[in-house]
Ligand binder design. Structure first.
Ligand SMILES: *Cc1c(COP(=O)(O)O)cnc(C)c1O
Length: 363
């Protein structure tokens, strides 16, 4: 059985972890600093601040950016719940704007109608590795004096125009969870050009301390370990190759499943570099069998699949309890159609042929 996603860890990571363990310095230290410098250089920002998860990165970024109780933050309902929950963590209110069917990202035409005098920021998510409409979102932010934050947790190395995502917003978050394009086990990082964001974030992640045991603000323990950072340094050397392999697999799938009635293949927008965190097709009513019956067919042939995501955030029990009653028809429809197929670097041509075979057999 091949899973829908899988990290690639090898001898390099093993040696790097051994070296850290032997050193005895396993908590946030020199490896974290080295990883931060290298990640910032890779993305193209001045600074990076490592954390112990993508969720912690989002939480820290919003706090450091000054988002607080009473503020509204516009975001997408079609994402992993951490995007919106991080807004709740800081006491602000997520305002959901529907997505577009082409790339599953925020529909920028629907943003303006949700802006109020409480709107503080837009949190743009680059879903499945495809950048959201950065140009139009930053224009809206400039026109309405809003902050732009990127949730780049699925988009390490993705580009919008000729710049990598993670350098457009004021404080931008990445995750290194094992399913992501690169991993540190658990882990995350914020990228920014702002010295002020760096200083605040470093304090927030470490219990509000600037000096040891002098706590000037309410902080958290959001620190990354040197063990994780050592893995990250190894993974960062391979991320471009990893992404190229994902793109090659995606291209092959897209060519081979062309013309199957009822299947909609992922679109890649012009002028972006889509890094295919997920390769997600839509199985519509015109396809031979319902999506939920297709999943066990893949399983029989040894192929794992995933539904990213089965329920939009405004429909989640948590958000319903909070009083959300939005009707966001595109995300509500897409949730019933999406199916993610294995696309990670170690997926073989034989695996791809099996995937294509299954899709054709039930067309
Ligand atoms: C994975 C992910 C997160 C959270 O990252 P963790 O490292 O799992 O905390 C946030 N947003 C998006 C879009 C993600 O995919």
């Amino acid at each position: 059985m091949i899973p829908v996603s899988k990290p690639l860890l090898g001898q390099d990571e093993l040696s790097a972890v051994k070296e850290v363990l032997r050193s005895g310095n396993i908590i946030q230290g020199t490896k974290v600093r080295e990883f931060e410098e290298q990640f910032a250089r890779y993305i193209g920002t001045e600074y990076a601040i490592a954390t112990n998860s993508g969720t912690s990165a989002l939480h820290t970024a919003l706090l450091a950016g000054g988002v607080k109780k009473g503020d509204e933050v516009i975001t997408t309902p079609f994402t992993f719940i951490a995007s919106a929950n991080s807004i709740l963590y800081v006491g602000a209110k997520p305002i959901f704007v529907d997505i577009n069917e082409q790339d599953f990202n925020l529909d920028v035409a629907k943003i303006s109608e949700k802006i109020t005098n409480k709107t503080k920021a837009i949190l743009g998510v680059h879903l499945f590795g495809q950048p959201c409409d950065v140009k139009n979102i930053t224009d809206i932010c400039n026109d309405h004096n809003l902050l732009f934050f990127e949730d780049a947790c699925q988009a390490h190395g993705a580009k919008y125009g000729n710049k990598k995502v993670g350098c457009f917003g004021i404080a931008n978050s990445f995750s290194f969870y094992p399913t992501k394009n690169m991993t540190t086990g658990e882990g995350g990082i914020i990228t920014t050009d702002s010295k002020e964001i760096v200083e605040k974030s470093q304090m927030i992640r470490n219990h509000g301390q600037k000096e040891k045991y002098i706590h000037t603000l309410l902080g958290y323990n959001h620190r990354m370990t040197d063990i994780a950072a050592a893995i990250g340094i190894c993974q960062l050397k391979k991320i471009e190759r990893f992404n190229q392999a994902r793109q090659k697999n995606a291209k092959e799938l897209t060519q081979k499943i062309k013309g199957i009635t009822g299947l909609i293949r992922p679109t890649v927008k012009p002028r972006v570099n889509h890094v295919f965190h997920q390769y997600t097709i839509r199985v519509t009513e015109q396809y031979g069998i319902p999506r939920d019956e297709l999943i066990p067919k893949f399983k029989e042939r040894g192929i794992g699949t995933g539904i990213h995501y089965p329920m939009p955030l405004h429909k989640q029990p948590l958000y319903k309890k909070l009083g959300y009653k939005d009707r966001l028809p595109v995300s509500e429809k897409i949730c019933n159609e999406v199916l993610s197929l294995p696309v990670y670097p170690s997926v073989t041509r034989k695996n791809i042929d099996t995937i294509v075979r299954v899709l054709k057999d039930y067309a």
